[in-house]
Design a protein. Structure first.
Length: 250
């Protein structure tokens, strides 16, 4: 198992945003996390990636306990992620966005994103190469020097993918990669996710667009009110009564 989650709970005050969830994420597969708004999906990602510390439970990455590790440390161990809303530096180029993001994800703070010494300039070169490679991977090479505000929503999602990929993760967490994207354009994003798997990555996405989830995912986890209510193949999930009720019952 690439990731093993054991009885994970996150409480915010009296609210259990994630409640006693146990699950595994298999290597080289696409796992989708679905569930109504407020189900705890993003919190689940925040726990895995070290942005939040769990109230209880355990998280293992390739057998290593990462439960209370800080986000930069988890990133360095091979977990990349995107956020539900993409915040790009609008006046900066697409390439600079990926480079800055790369630095922020691997180092402690913004101060480190400024390159001063010779060693830092060498680092910058490495960072540039990584960023260009990531942009090529997501099909954005031709837009590298465009300003971020001038690209489409779908292209912004690809930039977010490139940001997540620039740290060479083995596990990529994508929070609603197709949200706000025109339905005709989601296929291209699905293709990039499949390509990630072909290149040895494991993908876990949170997504509301069901046709996309059902055609893309090998495995689906369903959260509702913080609890894991179903876990199985797309086929299993589509006929699961608790899932149908969670969606239709409101
Ligand atoms: P989802 O991504 O499934 O829509 P979230 O994980 O964002 O759900 O939120 C789950 C629940 O936890 C919601 O009730 C939300 O209001 C709450 N929540 C999320 N983050 C915080 C936080 N930082 N502080 C307090 N409550 C939070
Ligand atoms: Mg969310």
């Amino acid at each position: 198992m690439l990731l093993t989650i054991n009885q994970l709970t996150k409480q915010f005050g009296g609210l259990s945003a994630v409640n006693d969830v146990s699950a595994v994420i298999e290597e080289s597969k696409i796992t989708a996390i679905i569930g109504p708004n407020g189900a705890g999906k993003s919190t689940f990602f925040n726990l895995i990636s070290g942005f939040h510390q769990p109230t209880s439970g355990r998280i293992e990455l390739s057998g290593q306990d990462i439960t209370n590790m800080r986000a930069e440390h988890v990133a360095r161990l091979g977990v990349g992620r995107t956020f539900q809303t993409t915040h790009l530096f609008e006046q900066a180029t697409v390439l600079d966005n990926v480079m800055i993001g790369h630095r922020l994800r691997t180092k402690a703070g913004l101060f480190d994103a400024i390159f001063r010494t010779k060693r830092e300039r060498d680092e910058k070169k490495k960072c540039l190469d990584k960023a260009l490679e990531a942009l090529e991977f997501v099909g954005l090479t031709s837009l590298a020097y465009e300003q971020a505000h001038s690209i489409t929503q779908e292209q912004q999602k690809r930039v977010a993918f490139a940001l997540a990929l620039a740290t060479d993760p083995k596990l990529v967490l994508l929070d609603e990669p197709a949200a706000g994207v025109n339905p005709d354009e989601t296929e291209g994003l699905s293709e990039v996710m499949k390509k990630m798997v072909k290149h040895g990555k494991t993908v876990c996405l949170i997504e509301h667009k069901m046709p996309m989830v059902m055609s893309l995912a090998d495995h689906i986890l369903v959260l509702n009110h913080g609890e894991l209510i179903a876990d199985g193949t797309p086929k299993d999930i589509q006929k699961n009564e608790r899932v149908i009720e969670a969606y239709l019952g409101g």
